[in-house]
Design a binder for this molecule. Structure first.
Ligand code: NAP
Ligand code: HSE
Length: 429
């Protein structure tokens, strides 16, 4: 093997150390696959005094210039996380003619367009397979293997923390606060778990999937976001009783002339749906194409080695192109400019749980409010007493989101309604 391909890594935390471990463990096969030797020259960290067993023999630095200004380094792998200075370092690496690989969904979702334009201008590659679904191959399948299809739907469980929490709530009947503490203790949820439980982590991944799947730029602001922070043990129990499981889904759907809608929200999924069987911290992405039909990609959405699997595959892909001198790689695929279909125009069945006064005529008043908003009910059950109030669960037929929102307003104004506890979409497709 003549010459070698030299890499610089920005960050050596969970994923960075995983990348170094995978490269060390599988180096012989990797080098044969590439046809050239591969070496990590420098790793950027913040704290040079931290003990790092996995970095023996590798040069550590806290000066990014040691990597960005080193002409020998051909590939820069960004694994620091956060928007800044990760974005600036990646841009500088590209400007210096280096290929860039990242696992950073925050940067890709917000600055993907800018990064692609800079990569194109400087004739370098920009890859980000690990940014969605951790170790699950999904960016490359969407950008390459599924390009024969017109994609109509992408629907995924893309946040491991919330999937773990919902699984625990379903299996043990535990309440939200309890499982959140458990997820934090196990190191799944962040110390500040807002990005996970409020749906923003999934929204970034949804924006990336939607942009690639529909070949149109989906900005973070285009994604409607609802997390799992209002899901109660009661909702999980009713879901079970009705034959569903609750999952937090990232959904990107084609609404034809109305455009593309991208959203994150909890859903009642039929227990027989393939995504309903994805439990714990596992992720899965379900895709519907007009040639392949339905396909699902399943695996570990986070963690050192699974995420490193995707990052190292990107390194191998760039290295192979370097070896054969291929500069014509797939860049930005957002060649369309599709409108964003507003959430109000999307349709679903809805589960509505509300607490009302326990007196005659209440069911009639509620049914009238739904009827006035053109919301047709599939079923209504008066289920139990909660203190002095009766709890009612209604499931609607498929209806536009704006009609359900109108019904919510009308119901909230009814004197007999104490509160609307939750409204959750029901997937009955
Ligand atoms: P992490 O454990 O917090 O590691 C971050 C690393 O970057 C640390 O080594 C840190 O240095 C270094 N770093 C951070 N800011 C820096 C700065 N300004 N200058 C120099 N070094 C800096 O993060 P992670 O979990 O590995 O995540 C890395 C990226 O992968 C993120 O974009 C994340 O979203 C993405 N990702 C993570 C997972 C996962 O399972 N963790 C899965 C998919 C994608 P010190 O060690 O000195 O503190
Ligand atoms: N916080 C993320 C999750 C990590 O729970 O899935 C992987 O992006």
């Amino acid at each position: 093997m003549s010459g070698k391909i030299v890499i610089g890594i920005l960050g050596s935390g969970t994923v960075g150390s995983g990348v170094i471990e995978v490269l060390k463990k599988n180096i012989s096969d990797i080098e044969q696959r590439v046809g050239r030797s591969i070496s990590i020259k420098s790793v950027l960290v913040r704290d040079l005094t931290k003990k790092r067993d996995h970095l023996e023999g590798i040069q550590l630095t806290n000066k990014v210039e040691d990597i960005l200004d080193d002409p020998e380094i051909a590939i820069v792998v960004e694994l620091m996380g956060g928007l800044h200075p990760s974005l600036e370092y990646m841009l500088r690496a590209m400007e210096a003619g280096k290929h860039v690989i990242t696992a950073n969904k925050d940067v890709v979702a917000q600055f993907g367009e800018h990064l692609f334009a800079t990569a194109e201008q400087h004739k370098v590659e920009f890859r980000f397979e690990a940014s969605v679904g951790g170790g699950i191959p999904i960016i490359t399948p969407l950008k390459q293997c599924l390009t024969a299809n017109k994609i109509s739907l992408i629907m995924g469980i893309v946040n491991g923390t919330t999937n773990y929490m919902l699984t625990k709530m379903t299996e043990d009947g535990s309440d939200y606060e309890e499982v959140l503490q458990e997820a934090q203790a196990k190191g799944y949820a962040e110390a500040n778990p807002a990005a996970d439980v409020e749906g923003f982590d999934a929204a970034r991944k949804a924006a990336i999937l939607g942009s690639i799947g529909f070949n149109t730029r989906i900005r973070l602001d285009d994604v409607s976001v609802e997390g799992i922070n209002n899901i109660k043990a009661a909702d999980i129990a009713y879901a079970k009783e009705l034959g569903y499981v609750v999952k937090l889904l990232a959904v990107a759907k084609d609404y034809g002339d109305k455009g593309v809608n991208v959203r994150v929200h909890p859903v009642f999924l039929p227990s027989s749906h393939p995504l309903a069987m994805v439990n714990d911290v596992f992720n899965a992405i379900f895709i519907r194409g007009n040639a392949i039909g339905d396909a699902m990609f399943y695996g570990r959405g986070a963690g050192a080695l699974p995420t490193a699997s995707a990052v190292v595959a990107d390194i191998i892909a760039v290295a192979r192109n370097l070896v054969i001198g291929n500069t014509a790689t797939v860049g930005c695929t957002c060649y369309n400019n599709r409108p964003i279909c507003p959430l109000e125009e999307t349709e679903a069945s809805y589960y509505i749980r509300l607490q009302v006064d326990d007196e005659p005529g209440v069911l009639g008043a509620i049914a009238t409010a739904f009827g006035n908003c053109d919301v047709s009910l599939k079923s209504v059950i008066q289920t139990r007493m909660v203190n002095i109030h009766a709890e009612i669960v209604a499931v609607t037929h498929v209806v536009k989101h704006k009609k359900v929102e109108a019904a919510r307003e009308l119901l909230e104004a009814l004197p007999v309604v104490d509160k609307i506890c939750n409204i959750i979409r029901v997937d009955d497709e």
